[in-house]
Design a protein around this ligand. Structure first.
Ligand code: SF4
Length: 338
């Protein structure tokens, strides 16, 4: 399969996914989509939303996932929890095509058949119209940062309605572009960095350029860009977290490459590996048709990479550090709320 030209596709999808004049965003509608089959509850918000239950525990042997449970509970002063109910909205485009993505590719191409234009006001109206709105809103994708205005527009809307303190806002970022810097105004960035109940998770796709390109279909050189983008966001003081997917087609050099990846994280911040969660790639309905022997091997290889990851973290951090609530792991640039 041909590699994606990340910058060209980002630009094209941005143009198709935001209406700056009318402050509207292209949001996925889940009705009659393949993604509906994997949803545990029917779509809500007239089809534009879905309820997701974030669960801390994963399969035996795989590390638990405290995101976004711990940051949200901390921000909202809720007791620690194993599960968090969240309202998810998805923007309708993504510039990459990860083979393991649980979103059907037909929902990532600004396809008007499965999406429509909504203003932040309309999104919040839909959210509030339900009987028991969850305490957290997740701006997911797709790649929300193709339209970075989505986050400050939602913040402004929540603030205008007096909901800023009672709702936690979370957004995803695939670390593919610099649109946060290119398209937001200083006022937008100031709003984001000063907004208390906000956290952001950035996903590293692979631990070396080969696994990165295999996972995303993006050019291997863009692997390096992820670190620059993350470092720039870190410097803003946003409450930042990271995921990493460690599926790889090859195990050659896996020990050194996983170690080097952790070194790179620590160059950004000594404690960043403790704010980074390895995500187990699982097989959702849209992924089945994308599988082949190499990808099946990659599913096995992620366990080898995990083994190296865990041993390295044991070597580099004390048990006390590793046991810390992820939202309390200090980062130099971060506004830690301890
Ligand atoms: S970057 Fe995220 S939304 Fe885009 S294809 Fe990959 S997993 Fe899916």
């Amino acid at each position: 399969m041909a590699l994606i030209n990340t910058d060209a596709l980002s630009s094209r999808y941005r143009a198709q996914s935001i209406d700056l004049i009318n402050r509207r965003l292209l949001i996925t509608n889940f009705h009659n989509t393949e993604q509906e089959q994997d949803m545990t509850e029917p779509a809500n918000c007239s089809g534009f939303g879905r309820i997701r239950h974030f669960i801390r525990e994963k399969r035996p042997g795989w590390p638990s996932n405290p995101l976004p449970i711990d940051p949200a509970c901390k921000a909202l002063a809720l007791p620690p929890s194993e599960i968090l109910r969240a309202q998810v909205f998805q923007n309708a485009s993504c510039n990459w095509r990860c083979w393991y993505c649980f979103v059907p590719f037909s929902l990532l191409s600004a396809n008007r058949k499965y999406s429509d234009w909504l203003t932040p006001e309309q999104i919040i109206n839909l959210y509030l119209e339900q009987t028991d709105p969850p305490p957290m809103i997740d701006l997911s994708g797709g790649q929300p940062d193709l339209v970075p205005e989505w986050v400050p527009w939602m913040m402004a809307e929540l603030r205008n309605r007096g909901l800023e303190q009672s709702i936690y806002l979370w957004s995803d970022d695939n670390l593919s572009n610099d649109y946060f810097w290119k398209f937001l105004t200083d006022e937008d960035r100031e709003l984001i960095t000063s907004y208390r109940n906000y956290g952001r998770v950035c996903c590293f796709k692979g631990f070396n350029s080969q696994s990165f390109s295999f996972n995303t279909l993006a050019e291997p050189e863009i692997f390096e860009r992820q670190f620059t983008l993350f470092g720039n966001l870190l410097a803003t003081g946003i409450d930042l977290y990271a995921y990493i997917t460690i599926t790889t087609p090859s195990t050659e050099g896996i020990n050194d490459d996983v170690r080097r990846f952790i070194d790179r994280l620590q160059l950004l911040d000594e404690y960043l590996p403790l704010r980074t969660v390895p995500l187990e790639v699982e097989i959702f309905t849209p992924v089945v048709a994308r599988l082949d022997d190499i990808k099946r091997d990659a599913l096995k290889n992620q366990w080898l990479a995990l083994d190296v990851w865990q041993k390295e973290l044991e070597n580099r951090f004390s048990s006390e550090d590793r046991a810390r609530n992820i939202a309390d792991v200090p980062l130099k640039g971060s506004r830690i709320r301890i």
